[in-house]
Design a protein around this ligand. Structure first.
Ligand code: G4P
Length: 527
């Protein structure tokens, strides 16, 4: 086996998908703690007050107590190298959130035991479904009152269509958490909290005699329920899991580290290792082919002192070595990788080598855009990351005409980073582009960054459109004459988009003018 293949086999690259407040930050810290990437919980996350911040950008994050940036946390566990790719977790939704999922091989869906499947969990789950990313479910906060575990399983199945296959089953209802029956290992463990939850939780195996004597009715009930699960065939099936048909489920409490070690074990044992990826033509690039990687996120000015622009690349094949000169598939130009880093929040470390599944931050990556491919040797290009249908639209104008150059430059740069989609039309002119966003917070980010990084204050006028569909030149002629509709050209690829005030308007225009070309911007349910 080549080095790239054997190194890929011990990689696990995943993201945690959840609704805000379900405990993603707490889980991230707990995972890193167990994996000994850090020594004390609370040290990795850049959340409100937990850590010093240096940039304006980070200040905005801090003020909101949210994570706008996303990168990857690397840690070692049981001889495996984990890459935990951070998904922004704020209530609003941006395109970044979708794109980072292009970099992972598996997702951990984190649910709040009391709230179950929440709206943002569902949205992120839809992206996983679309990309066929296997999902492991972790029911968090079992130390607090919540739903019945069997009810939760029903809800998961109903909402996701995946068959839940519990790996562990809680002993004690939510709020009275003693430990779990490990259905895969055929044993029961008791969890004991350590002060402050800052060190690993204590796990002790329980014999049937101990369990029955010490936990009484809770013990009996847990075993009765696991018998029921066995009777309905809720057993793990690796093929079904990888085919996105079933989801292993674990119960725990990230805050007290209950069940976190088991989650890491499940990731090692069940989560798929990086697999060879098909290129745009559908030809699979083997893991041991020369280096290739996919840019899944670009972030400028994370550190304004350096005015840098970092492109996050997921290694798809071969060995990455810092200093190597790659080819940028979109332009055919060479790209030097002298500055390669792993970045998570404010933490940075130089990366000297990386293998399939790893995430590398390339500094000074001015030419790179999300969806771009970098390669060594034989040319390869991976399929672009789909851009998602925007639902919010606003016209942007520079507050001062003296700043129109800065305004244009800024808009182009943010377009290039994929912060927002920029749409134009002859009618509106160059100085009044339409910004299109998946979530309205993208507008605030644009406004903030144009002012602080480019010195261009902008005025934003929200438009009443809520729907965008792809069209062609012929249909555009008709659509341009309709009330409640407009045709715009997307700057990044010149695609013609028809925007409408709402579904009903679009349908009525469609009824009046048969044969109009109107295609969804991305296939897939609910996206
Ligand atoms: P997020 O990143 O998904 O938004 O969630 P975060 O980890 O910040 O957790 C949200 C709140 O839920 C936090 O409380 C956190 O302590 C709590 N939490 C997370 N996991 C568990 C758990 O397993 N059990 C219990 N009981 N609580 C949990 P907070 O008071 O809002 O914030 P903080 O001041 O503790 O940071």
């Amino acid at each position: 086996m080549s080095t790239a293949t054997s190194e890929a086999a011990r990689r696990r690259t995943f993201a945690v998908i959840s609704h805000p407040d379900a405990g993603k930050s707490t889980m991230t810290e707990a995972l890193a703690l167990h994996a000994s990437a850090i020594t004390q919980a609370g040290a990795v996350h850049g959340k409100a007050g937990r850590r010093g911040v240096t940039s304006d950008w980070m200040e905005m994050e801090r003020a909101r107590g949210i994570s706008i940036t996303s990168a990857a946390l690397r840690f070692d566990y049981r001889g495996h190298m984990f890459n935990l790719v951070d998904t922004p977790g704020h209530a609003d939704f941006s395109e970044d959130t979708y794109r980072v999922l292009a970099a992972v091989d598996c997702a951990v869906m984190l649910l709040d035991a009391a709230k179950g499947m929440e709206p943002q969990t569902m949205k992120l789950f839809e992206v996983c479904r679309h990309r066929r990313i296997p999902v492991i479910t972790f029911v968090n906060k079992w130390d607090r009152p919540g739903q019945e575990p069997l009810e939760l399983l029903d809800e998961i199945e109903e909402r996701t269509g995946l068959r839940p296959t519990p790996v562990t089953w809680p002993i004690g209802v939510a709020g009275n958490f003693h430990g779990v029956v490990d259905r895969m290992e055929g044993r029961a463990v008791r969890y004991t909290r350590t002060p402050g939850g800052a060190t690993k939780a204590l796990e002790t195996e329980l014999t049937p005699e101990q369990g029955a004597a010490e936990l009484g009715a809770d013990w009996t009930r847990a075993w009765e329920e696991t018998d029921l699960l066995a009777a309905i065939g809720a057993e793990h099936d690796q093929k079904a899991f990888e085919a996105h048909e079933s989801t292993p489920v674990l119960f725990g409490a990230a805050l007290s580290n209950f069940g976190v070690a088991r989650l890491l074990d499940v990731l090692v044992d069940l989560a798929p290792a990086p697999a060879p990826r098909p290129d745009v033509e559908g030809t699979v690039r083997p893991l041991d082919a020369p280096f290739s990687g996919l840019v899944f996120k670009v972030q400028a000015n994370m550190d304004p002192a350096h005015r840098d622009r970092i492109a996050f690349v997921r290694v798809c094949s071969g060995r990455f070595e810092r200093g190597m000169v790659l080819t940028h598939a979109a332009t055919g130009r060479p790209f030097a990788t002298k500055y390669a880093q792993s970045v998570f929040g404010q933490e940075r470390a130089t990366i000297d080598e990386a293998y399939p599944g790893d995430v590398v931050g390339l500094v000074n990556a001015t030419a790179l855009r999300p969806g771009d491919t970098l390669y060594e040797g034989k040319p390869v290009e991976f399929p672009p990351i789909p851009s998602f249908a925007p639902e919010h639209f606003a016209v942007a104008r520079s507050r001062s005409t003296a700043k129109s150059k800065q305004f244009r430059r800024g808009i182009d740069q943010l377009d290039g980073e994929g912060v927002i989609q920029v749409l134009r039309s002859d009618l509106r002119g160059d100085q009044a582009p339409v910004l299109a966003a998946v979530g309205p917070m993208q507008f605030e980010v644009v406004q903030h960054r144009l002012a602080t990084e480019f010195g261009a204050e902008i005025i934003l006028d929200r438009l009443e459109y809520t729907l965008a569909l792809r069209t062609d030149a012929e249909s555009a002629e008709v659509l341009r004459r309709q009330r409640g509709a407009e045709v715009l050209s997307r700057s990044r690829d010149q695609a013609l988009l028809a925007v409408f005030t709402d579904q009903w308007r679009m349908r009525s225009i469609q009824r009046e003018h048969e044969g109009l070309t109107l295609e969804p911007l991305i296939a897939g349910r609910g996206i």
